[in-house]
Design a protein around this ligand. Structure first.
Ligand code: PA5
Length: 438
């Protein structure tokens, strides 16, 4: 079976980019540390401290999610998805990437990711409540942005369909036992999809958090899980130094700690993967930006992720990456096969210097742009890597999610920090509450 994704890291090496790249000696020196990180991560999984690596094996959960989505799809034509951060970005990313593969699904509308009243009002005003399902997603069940949006949506729903009927329009994805949303769901009789305790928000896309809205949209979530499974199995079987996700983590942590390359750019050459870049930006930033290491020492570590888009950002960001400070590691995502075979018309032959475009497929043009940019970065001694996917399908998207979850977990161990908490976010939440309750 061909692998759903491949990681080409040759331009991350010293042979390609001189002293700005990783040396063979460095990689040999780090082999034991990388293997230890891998074993630590697997140990966390075996001891059930972390559950995200096991998501592809949760077939019962997937079946339950699909059944509920199918039942609701018979009743409603739109699903309003309310969540923020890890309870939002994964479903958004997968939906943008995979909407073209959906069969007989509901229309998804996302909100709750901001408290901007103008945005929320516009989204809600466009809904026909009698045909709308609300999926409120909040692990804690206490988060201001999605919960305040939910309260507005619920009130409008009740006004239209009545209190008695409203409950069947609502599915709550939340903690199995705790939180205000859980209590409300029990009191009002919503269907509830539980989020396992040992899976944190930004690692939860392969739980009902991401899978339920995607199933509602008619996307094949079993194929997403099978793509994730393939990357997970490779990770479990491979030696860490041969595993693509482990290597990605190692190159990035070494780049940051040894060469001050602390800006990590993900640049898919596909508009369907733009939201995926935002998902990556969150998991990398919130997991790795930490004040304390695992021994409790103040360290203030963490790279700054950037979500760029090829080819668009060649006309926005690449000048900086090429000639500005050499403090970035760029990773391209290359799509080998696009659905559309769109071509530039042959009449381009008559248009001066653009005649070389005549008859060219756009898929070929965008890949040439990626390769040209990678070559130029390499010539300028700027390290860059490339993740190659055959196409944009449920399988490759599942694989990409698992690849970056593993890379993040490994990077957290290499930085010696806890990749799974977010005390800095909590601090801001507490301060906000104090303004709102004063
Ligand atoms: O990754 C995380 O843990 C966060 O981004 C959370 O997902 C986010 O704060 C939303 O939290 P909750 O699902 O509890 O509403």
């Amino acid at each position: 079976m061909p692998k759903p994704i491949r990681y080409d890291h040759k331009n991350m090496l010293r042979e390609a980019v001189g002293l700005h790249g990783a040396s063979k000696n460095e990689l040999t020196r780090e082999a034991t540390r990388l293997e230890t990180a891998k074993h630590g991560l697997l140990e966390d999984f075996r001891k059930k401290k972390q559950g995200w690596l096991g998501c592809p094996d949760e077939t019962k959960m997937a079946e339950k999610t699909i059944k509920l989505a199918e039942r609701k799809s018979k009743l409603f034509d739109t699903c309003l998805v309310l969540g923020i951060g890890g309870s939002d970005l994964g479903a958004r990313a997968a939906h943008q990437a995979l909407a073209h593969t959906a069969k007989h699904g509901m229309k998804l509308v996302f909100a709750g990711g901001n408290t901007d009243p103008d945005e929320l009002e516009t989204v809600l005003a466009g809904l026909d409540w009698s045909k709308t399902l609300i999926n409120i997603i909040s692990k804690s069940g206490e988060t201001i942005e999605p919960m305040s949006a939910f309260l507005v949506a619920r009130e409008r729903l009740v006004k239209t369909v009545g209190r008695k009927d409203a409950a069947r329009h609502i599915v709550a994805t939340t903690d199995a036992k705790e939180g205000s949303l859980r209590k409300l769901a029990e009191k009002e009789g919503y269907d509830v999809l539980p989020i396992p305790k040992n899976i944190g928000g930004r690692f939860s896309v392969l739980t009902p958090v991401g899978l339920f809205p995607l199933a509602c949209a008619g996307i094949d979530i079993k194929k997403i899980l099978s793509g994730a499974d393939s990357v997970k199995n490779d990770f479990v079987k491979n030696k860490a130094t041969k595993d693509p996700a482990c290597l990605f983590a190692l190159f990035h942590v070494l780049g940051d700690t040894e060469r001050r390359q602390n800006i990590h750019v993900l640049m898919p050459y596909s508009s369907r993967l733009q939201e995926f870049g935002r998902w990556f930006r969150q998991i990398w930033a919130e997991s790795l930006g930490k004040k304390y290491n695992s021994d409790g020492d103040v360290v203030h570590v963490g790279p700054t992720p950037i979500a760029a888009l090829g080819a668009t950002d060649q006309h926005s960001q690449i000048q900086l990456y090429m000639e500005g400070p050499n403090n970035k590691l760029v990773t391209f995502i290359e799509v080998t096969r696009f659905d559309s075979r769109l071509k530039v018309p042959h009449n381009a032959k008559t248009i001066g210097d653009l005649k070389f475009l005549a008859g060219l497929e756009f898929g070929r043009i965008i890949r040439a742009e990626l390769k040209g940019t990678a070559d130029a970065l390499t010539a300028n001694k700027r390290p860059n890597g490339r993740i190659v996917v055959a196409d944009i399908s449920p399988k490759t998207i599942g694989a990409l999610f698992m690849f970056f979850e593993i890379a993040t977990g490994i990077a957290g161990r290499l930085y010696s920090i806890n990749a799974y908490d977010q005390p800095g976010v909590e601090e801001g939440k507490v301060a906000t509450r104090s303004y709102l309750t004063a």
